[in-house]
Design a protein around this ligand. Structure first.
Ligand SMILES: NC(=O)c1ccc[n+]([C@@H]2O[C@H](COP(=O)([O-])OP(=O)(O)OC[C@H]3O[C@@H](n4cnc5c(N)ncnc54)[C@H](O)[C@@H]3O)[C@@H](O)[C@H]2O)c1
Length: 261
């Protein structure tokens, strides 16, 4: 039987690189989906493509608490609750030294990447705890952090601060909820071929062409390449898998060995 058959799973950032592939893989494994993204057109196009399972969509901005509560309400109405939440939506700022980052840019990255995960977990955990108390249903949350949450990231300092914060939220909430049938883990990818990386304006450490930026990135990675989207999706589904029942509070690098050295 498929790992996620019949499970109600929320995916944020579902119209983007990782989110789209996570949603597609979950649909193929029988999950019922609540999909969200701020890009309503791409979200609806994805929902139309994914046939053979129940899908609810709600476009919104994850940096607003109202979005987080509306998504949990939607999962409750459509699927009688939420079994798994994958908090994946995120943004990066332009590659800049810390002192060159504007307050507005920093606040936006913190609002989306850190407060967005805080609001999401706040409402998801409350609903998951209530259901566990009612009928013993176990649940899982997977936060898509980054290797920039495990160590410094030159020219991405505020993004790194937000992702460190996501790992702090993950570990703390995992400990708070471990006895309530709820596992909470973070997946920490290094650079992968999504719009966030390939479409990034500016440059990495002075590189002027994306290919040059890519070379600079991969030089520091023992596997000497970027991650493939499917490799990150595999780790996200592993963390979400109900059979993976004893893993909680983990921050799992998916990084070609970057943090091993
Ligand atoms: N691509 C990488 O190399 C990489 C590496 C490490 C971590 N990550 C993380 O993975 C996650 C997904 O990134 P991706 O590479 O797929 O990026 P992406 O830009 O391809 O997709 C991100 C999606 O999130 C949505 N989104 C952005 N801000 C939002 C908001 N405020 N509210 C709702 N939706 C919003 C976008 O519309 C987009 O569809 C992010 O949290 C990112 O930080 C990416």
């Amino acid at each position: 039987m498929a790992r996620f058959a019949g499970r109600a799973v929320l995916v944020s950032g579902a119209a983007g690189g990782f989110g789209r592939s996570i949603a597609t893989a979950l649909a193929a494994e029988g999950a019922r989906l609540v999909l969200t993204d701020r890009d309503e057109g791409s979200l609806e196009a994805l929902a139309a493509e994914l046939t053979g399972t129940d899908i609810a969509t709600l476009a919104g901005d994850v940096s607003r608490e109202a979005t987080a509560s509306a998504l949990v309400d939607l999962a409750t109405e459509r699927f009688c609750g939420l079994d798994i939440a994958i908090n994946n939506a995120g943004i990066a700022h332009e590659y800049r030294r810390l002192q060159e980052i504007s307050a507005e840019e920093a606040e936006r990255v913190i609002a989306v990447d850190l407060m967005g995960v805080f609001f999401a977990m706040k409402h998801q955990i409350a609903a998951m705890n209530a259901r566990f108390a009612r009928d013993g249903t176990k649940a899982a949350i997977v936060n898509v952090a980054s290797v920039a949450g495990l160590g410094g990231a030159p020219l991405l300092s505020v993004y790194a601060a937000a992702k460190h914060g996501v790992i702090g939220l993950t570990k703390s909430a995992a400990a708070e909820n471990a006895s309530r049938g709820l596992r909470i883990n973070a997946v920490c990818p290094s650079f992968a071929r999504t719009a966030m990386v390939l479409g990034a304006p500016g440059s990495l450490a002075g590189a002027t062409e994306p290919s040059e930026a890519e070379q600079k990135i991969v030089r520091g990675i023992p596997m000497r390449r970027l991650a493939e989207i499917d490799e990150v999706v595999t780790a996200v589904l592993f963390a979400a898998d109900p059979a993976n029942g004893f893993m909680t509070g983990a921050a799992i690098p998916v990084d070609g060995g970057l943090t091993a050295i």
